[in-house]
Write a protein that binds this ligand. Structure first.
Ligand SMILES: Cc1cc2nc3c(=O)[nH]c(=O)nc-3n(C[C@H](O)[C@H](O)[C@H](O)COP(=O)(O)OP(=O)(O)OC[C@H]3O[C@@H](n4cnc5c(N)ncnc54)[C@H](O)[C@@H]3O)c2cc1C
Length: 383
C-alpha cells in the first residue's frame, strides 16, 4: 500500500501551497467573517478551483482523490477554507450531476459554483434524526406541483438560505425507505417559515427549524424519480461522511496549542513543561498521528478503486474525539481567560465558544454512538 506522494503529487502540493500563500501569506492569515471570504471565493473561481470535487464538464477540477486530499490538507494547515460554496457545493451538486436532469444542472449548478445561491439541507425532523427513514413531512401531488407539509429541524443556515434540498414522504410504503422523494424548495415560497435555534455558545450561529405549511413545489423541482429519494439522499450522506476526520484542522490546532502553552506561565514555569499537561498533549498527538495514518490508508485503498466503506465511521468517530479533546485542552491552557476573550471586537468566536460548539461535532453528520454501532457490526464483525 502506497502511503507516500509521487513527485507529481509533491509538485502539485507545492503549487497549492504557493497559490494559498499568494492570497494569504503567513503574516496576513485568512479571517473568517470578513471581506477575506469574498476575496477567497473570487480567487478560487478565477483559478478554476472553486468546485474542486466536481467533474470538469460541470465546472470542476477533475482532480483525483489524492489531489483533493492534498488540497484539503494544505488549505486546512494554512487556515483557509477548502471551499466557499456551503452545502450546495459539496452535498447537493453531486446529487444533481449524478441523478438530476440536464435542465436542473443548467438551472442550479452555476449559482452553486459562483456561490451566489445559498442552500440548506432539510433532512432531520423532530422524530427523525439517526432514524431518518421515520421522517413524516408529506408531499402530495396536485397536478403539476406538490403540496408539502411538515417540520424540519437542525437545519443549518436555513435563515440565510435561498433554497433547501430536502427529503419528503410522497407515499406510505411497506419499507420505510421507499416512498421518499427528493425536492428542491425555494425558501421564499409562501408557507416556508424559519425559526432560530440558539446553541450552547449562546448564539444563533447556524441552526434553525423550518416549518412547511401547504408549500407548493413545482414537479420539475423533484430530483430523479418519485419514491427514489432515499437512494439519492444516501449517496449524498456518503459525500457528507468523507473528509470528517479533521486531521489537517486538528494538526493546525495542535500546533497553535503548543505555541500557546509554551507562552503560558503557570507560576511554577511554562505550562508546556508541566508533566501532566505535556502527557495530555502527547496522548492527543499520538491519536492524531494514528488518525492521519488511517486517513492515508483509506485514501490509498479508495485511490486503488475500493469503496471507502465503513472506515469512514472510524475517521468520523476518532476525528471528532481528537478535535474535541484539542478544544478542551485549549480552554485548560488559557484558563480563566477563555471567557473574557470569548468574542473579540469582530464578533469572532474564540476558545470557549469553539469548545462549546465543538460538542455538536459528535452529533452532526451521524452521532458517535451510531458510528460505534457501524464499526462494531461492519468493521469488527460483531453482531
Ligand atoms: C450542529 C448540527 C448541525 C446539523 N445540521 C443539519 C442540517 O443542516 N440538516 C439536517 O437535516 N440535519 C442537521 N443536523 C441534524 C443531525 O443530522 C441529527 O442531529 C443527527 O442525525 C442525530 O439525530 P437526533 O438529533 O434526532 O438525535 P437522535 O437520533 O434522537 O439520537 C439521540 C441519542 O440517541 C442515540 N442513538 C440514536 N439511535 C441510536 C442507535 N441506533 N444506536 C445507539 N445510539 C443511538 C444517539 O447517538 C444520540 O445520543 C445537525 C445537527 C447538528 C448538531
Amino acid at each position: 500500500m502506497k502511503l507516500s506522494f509521487s513527485p507529481e503529487e509533491l509538485a502539485f502540493r507545492d503549487e497549492v501551497r504557493a497559490f494559498v500563500a499568494r492570497h494569504f501569506p503567513p503574516h496576513q492569515p485568512f479571517t473568517p467573517g470578513t471581506a477575506d471570504e469574498d476575496r477567497w471565493a473570487r480567487a478560487l473561481l478565477e483559478q478554476g478551483w472553486a468546485a474542486y470535487q466536481w467533474p470538469v464538464e460541470f465546472g470542476g477540477t477533475g482532480w483525483d482523490l489524492t489531489q483533493r486530499y492534498i488540497w484539503e490538507r494544505e488549505t486546512a494547515l494554512a487556515g483557509v477554507p477548502a471551499r466557499m460554496g456551503g452545502m450546495g457545493m459539496f452535498m447537493l451538486a453531486p446529487v444533481l450531476y449524478t441523478y438530476g436532469s440536464a435542465e436542473q444542472c443548467r438551472r442550479f449548478l452555476p449559482g452553486i459554483l459562483d456561490n451566489s445561491v445559498e442552500w440548506c439541507q432539510g433532512y432531520s425532523e423532530p422524530e427523525a434524526g439517526s432514524d431518518l427513514a421515520a421522517l413524516r413531512t408529506r408531499a402530495e401531488l396536485h397536478g403539476d406541483h406538490y403540496v408539502v407539509n411538515g417540520l424540519k429541524t437542525w437545519t443549518s443556515y436555513a435563515h440565510i438560505a435561498d433554497w433547501m434540498f430536502c427529503i419528503v414522504r410522497t407515499e406510505s410504503a411497506a419499507r420505510r425507505q421507499d416512498g421518499i422523494s427528493f425536492l428542491l424548495i425555494d425558501m421564499r415560497s409562501p408557507g416556508v417559515s424559519v425559526q432560530p435555534i440558539v446553541t450552547l455558545d449562546g448564539r444563533h450561529s447556524t441552526l434553525n427549524t423550518v416549518t412547511l405549511t401547504d408549500v407548493r413545489v413545482p414537479v420539475e423541482q423533484r430530483v430523479g424519480q418519485e419514491g427514489q429519494g432515499w437512494r439519492y439522499a444516501k449517496g449524498l450522506l456518503t459525500h457528507e461522511r468523507t473528509g470528517l476526520a479533521y486531521v489537517a484542522d486538528s494538526t493546525r490546532r495542535l500546533r497553535r496549542l503548543r505555541e500557546t502553552a509554551a507562552r503560558t506561565d503557570t507560576g511554577a514555569g511554562r505550562l508546556i513543561d508541566d508533566p501532566l499537561f505535556a502527557a495530555k498533549l502527547a496522548e492527543v498527538e499520538i491519536d492524531l498521528i494514528a488518525l492521519e495514518i488511517t486517513e492515508l490508508r483509506t485514501l490509498a485503498e479508495t485511490a486503488s478503486g475500493q469503496a471507502p466503506g465503513n472506515q469512514s465511521s472510524i475517521l468520523k468517530l476518532q476525528g471528532t474525539l481528537v478535535l474535541q479533546r484539542l478544544t478542551e485542552l485549549f480552554v485548560e491552557c488559557v484558563g480563566p481567560q477563555a471567557l473574557p476573550y470569548d468574542f473579540d471586537e469582530r464578533g469572532l468566536r474564540e476558545e470557549m465558544s469553539t469548545y462549546l460548539i465543538g460538542r455538536s461535532a459528535s452529533i452532526a453528520g451521524g452521532t458517535n454512538e451510531v458510528q460505534r454501532d457501524i464499526i462494531a457490526r461492519h468493521v469488527l464483525g460483531l453482531s
